[in-house]
Design a protein around this ligand. Sequence first.
Ligand SMILES: Cc1cc2nc3c(=O)[nH]c(=O)nc-3n(C[C@H](O)[C@H](O)[C@H](O)COP(=O)(O)OP(=O)(O)OC[C@H]3O[C@@H](n4cnc5c(N)ncnc54)[C@H](O)[C@@H]3O)c2cc1C
Length: 383
Amino acid sequence: MDFDLSDELIAVRDLAREFAEKEIAPTAAQDDKAQTFRGDLVRKMGELGFYGTMIPEAYGGNELGALAMVLITEEIARVHSAMRVGINMQIGPALTLLQFGTDEQKNKFIPGLMTGETIGCFAITEPDAGSDVAAMRTTATKDGDRYLLNGGKLWISNGPVTNGGLVYAYTDRTQKHRGMSAFFAEWDQPGLTRRTLETMGAHCSPLGELTFDNFPIPTANLLGKEGDGFKICMWQLNQTRLNCAAGALGVARAAKEAAVNYCNQRSQFGQKIGEFQMNQDSIAQMIAHEEAARLLVYRAAWLADQKRPNNLEASIGKYCAAEAANFAADAAMKILGAYGYSTEFPVERYYRDAKSYQIVEGSSNVQKMIIAQDALGYRKANR
Ligand SMILES: Cc1cc2nc3c(=O)[nH]c(=O)nc-3n(C[C@H](O)[C@H](O)[C@H](O)COP(=O)(O)OP(=O)(O)OC[C@H]3O[C@@H](n4cnc5c(N)ncnc54)[C@H](O)[C@@H]3O)c2cc1C
């Protein structure tokens, strides 16, 4: 077993770290407060090839692999978690097109996602369909050479700004989840109403509600066959889950670094607060949870790079990383006291941003369900 990163992976990680510190960090607090969507940074990350590590060169990628994606993502999330969400919105649709798209679809849509010209998204969730994806109500009805979408999606990252992404809808509700289909939608057309949603964190990742009123999608934009949507959706979530897990590692690391630095600066009762055993206990636990999660996330990425199934390992990694991020953000908040609670310091942002990792790409409960059902033999995760 080799725990060393190759020179190439170290170089990629260092490039992402430098980019995050030079280009994202200086305005992260201000962008968060102003809830600014940084399309310029999305395009710059595209120029650096951050979205293309699992995409062939023919479509604008660089094929550096899943572990490269994890390393890049962790570095970006460490500085600003909301910018990490944007990475997933580019990678998720691109990987899904690569796996299920026709040559025409791949050529037409993946390069724009690589450069950031296309601001991506994936629209699954609805008011009555969260973890229970099959409960969605949006329909896509064939009308000549197009489908007409009716219904609506909720909590869609990049919803207010996306110009192209995945959407899932029923083409035949009578078939239950086997009647769901997946599409690549080009959003800038009539028939779509957008509403921006306010949330506690990830403020630079705009969240939206999309309402469809006979919104047209060409039949040429159907992924796979009619009825493949649920299978495609589950496949897509396993990919985007890994990116999410890497993002959680970044937040865990940022919170730990803030806590360690503060312990070495702040004095109370005539000594550095790092000398108090209760603060040491917090720091030791933060480090142990973060390091364990990192190894699990790297293992899931490594399996992807070996072209081996990793659904179970991605779920374990995402669950542990999300919990590690929340533990670390909570512990850092306690260590920094009022300075943690203050909006003048970044720890409260880590705390707000960490929560999303327990909800998205399958909540922590859903990950535990996948893990336990696999162990109990009810439903194998790696099929
Ligand atoms: C910041 C953010 C960004 C998002 N971005 C997107 C996006 O880009 N695209 C998109 O489609 N959606 C997105 N979502 C929606 C997200 O995917 C859903 O919130 C998530 O799937 C959970 O659904 P829910 O919130 O409706 O919770 P519910 O599914 O209603 O769950 C409520 C609670 O019950 C638990 N629960 C549910 N089912 C089970 C079960 N079987 N066993 C045990 N516990 C269970 C959950 O863990 C949770 O604690 C985003 C959400 C957030 C907060």
